[in-house]
Design a protein around this ligand. Structure first.
Ligand SMILES: Nc1nc2c(ncn2[C@@H]2O[C@H](COP(=O)(O)OP(=O)(O)OP(=O)(O)O)[C@@H](O)[C@H]2O)c(=O)[nH]1
Ligand SMILES: [Mg+2]
Length: 471
């Protein structure tokens, strides 16, 4: 990112690559309005916040003020909207050019704007400018990237809450409580003799405890909320013919994997994105694990076992209508597979529309982790979804949108929590104001890094580098 230069005027296509009815080119900076005025050969400025129809022309080869040269070639009919500073997304002069949605055309408009003095925007540079100009804090800027990337409605809601400032407010309240306590402790320091003058040790302890409880709650929420933002890998495993691919298809909601009554049908690893209770999971179907009959199957089995090592949750399918495979629930090498993966396992007893070949109790300890399913009747599929969600987030549904979803925020909240816990211990141990203050100040610093009050340049660079161009 070009050293955060905010003096030049930037331009980029704001709409996604590819064809569409309309496309949007956005400019931000001091020269935005004059540049577009020149491209549309207007003599008077645009009216702020008015949509103005205009003919955008290739003025690079002609002098717009010279009436003798032939008229410039018209590039497109566009609608121009000027948002005068500071009432714009970035806080600078912003001009949006609504053009027809052809990639070549939009590219041409960008090139013409560049020929007229604009610079191509870096990824996330519009949002970065909005942040640097105080229009958004870091949480809100990050929320914009999450909102654009959201693939489940819950992800979009969580991002929108953060954009609306709910997390910022929650952090602000904790920060204000800390600031208030710090101010009184510091005032006490000005007195040479010992003692907590402006706040008693007991009151200080109670206030620190209130802050600790709020932070602990946010950290817990954030650990589960991260899964909503990041998604997880869920691997379906089990013996050949157990009904893995049938279950995979039922969860995906489409006949994606081949299903036959021939054991060894699935020979490769198949994956599909699925929304499970708002969490975008990558569901993976695998080959049945058994002594392979040929090299292709052997490779499939190897990949199946490998997939388990990266799974967040393993769904182990056991055919309820057939005799149990010899060792363990999952067939031949199940005991060995289990040892290689620390991921929680959900045991699915499949095909329960058929007569059962064995009672659940046969599985011993694993019996209370069983979900009985049938893809014929649809029984147990929703229960399995809830079970997957609770294995990932410790809840079986999200009643409220998670307040914290971003790993960076969770990490800072954890740092703040640890610092507050340290301060609580110091207080408890009868330490001086200085020692207590050190912990509380560290906690504030961690909180301020979340919203960006104290964000260093390299942090900003890191955060904005994952935006796409035009955002
Ligand atoms: N009645 C009944 N049959 C099922 C059910 N689930 C799967 N089957 C049948 O069981 C057979 C095997 O199903 P698959 O889904 O291909 O099993 P798989 O575990 O993917 O098998 P491999 O890929 O060979 O390891 C097919 O004939 C399915 O129609 C079920 O819930 N009820
Ligand atoms: Mg299969």
């Amino acid at each position: 990112m070009a050293a955060f230069s905010t003096t030049d005027t930037i331009v980029a296509v704001a709409t996604p690559p590819g064809r569409g009815g309309l496309g949007l080119v956005r400019l931000s900076g001091l020269a935005a309005e004059p540049i577009v005025r020149r491209l549309t050969r207007r003599r008077t400025p645009f009216v702020p916040r008015h949509a103005t129809f205009a003919r955008l022309a290739d003025v690079t080869t002609v002098d717009a003020t010279d009436d003798v040269t032939p008229p410039a070639r018209i590039v497109d009919h566009v609608v121009v909207t000027w948002f005068a500073a500071p009432h714009s997304f970035t806080g600078e002069d912003v001009v949006e050019i609504g053009a027809h949605g052809s990639p070549v055309l939009l590219q041409r408009v960008v090139e013409l704007a560049m020929a007229a003095g604009a610079r191509l925007a870096e990824p996330g540079e519009f949002t970065l400018r909005a942040h640097l100009n105080g229009r958004l804090d870091l949480v809100q800027a990050e929320a914009i990237a999450d909102l654009v990337d959201a693939v489940t409605p819950l992800q979009a809601r969580a991002a929108m809450d953060q954009l609306e400032g709910t997390l910022t407010e929650a952090i602000g309240r904790v920060d204000a409580a800390l600031f208030d306590l710090i101010a009184r402790l510091e005032a006490s320091l000005d007195f040479p003799e010992e003692g907590f003058h402006f706040v008693t040790r007991a009151d200080a302890a109670a206030e620190v405890e209130a802050v600790r409880a709020t932070l602990a709650m946010l950290v817990t929420e954030g650990r589960a909320g991260r899964v909503v933002r990041e998604g997880r890998l869920v691997v379906v495993t089990g013996a050949p013919n157990a009904g893995k691919s049938s279950l995979f298809n039922a969860l995906v909601g489409a006949s994606r994997a081949i299903v036959t009554d021939v054991p060894g049908t699935t020979r490769d690893v198949l994956s599909e994105r699925v929304d499970v209770g708002g969490v975008p999971i990558t569901l993976v179907d695998t080959a049945g694990v058994r002594e392979a009959r040929d090299v292709v199957e052997a490779e499939g089995v190897r990949r199946a076992i490998e997939a388990q090592t990266v799974a967040a949750v393993i769904v182990e399918v056991v055919d309820g209508s057939a005799p149990l495979p010899a060792v363990g629930a999952g067939g031949g090498d199940a005991a060995k597979d289990r040892a290689t993966s620390p991921a929680p396992r959900i045991i699915v007893v499949s095909k329960v529309d058929r007569p059962r070949a064995w009672p659940n109790a046969t599985l011993g300890d694993a019996a209370d982790r069983i979900v009985e399913t049938s893809v014929v009747s649809g029984a147990g599929i929703d229960a399995l979804r809830r079970r997957i969600l609770s294995a990932l987030t410790s809840r079986d549904e999200w009643r409220d949108t998670p307040a914290v979803t971003n790993l960076r925020h969770v990490a800072q909240l954890e740092t703040a929590l640890a610092a507050v816990e340290r301060a609580a211990q110091e207080l408890d141990a009868g330490a001086t104001e200085e020692l207590v203050l050190a912990g509380l100040s560290d906690a504030r610093a961690a909180l301020e890094a979340i919203t960006g009050v104290r964000a260093p340049d390299d942090l900003l660079r890191h955060i904005f580098s994952r935006f796409c161009i035009g955002k």
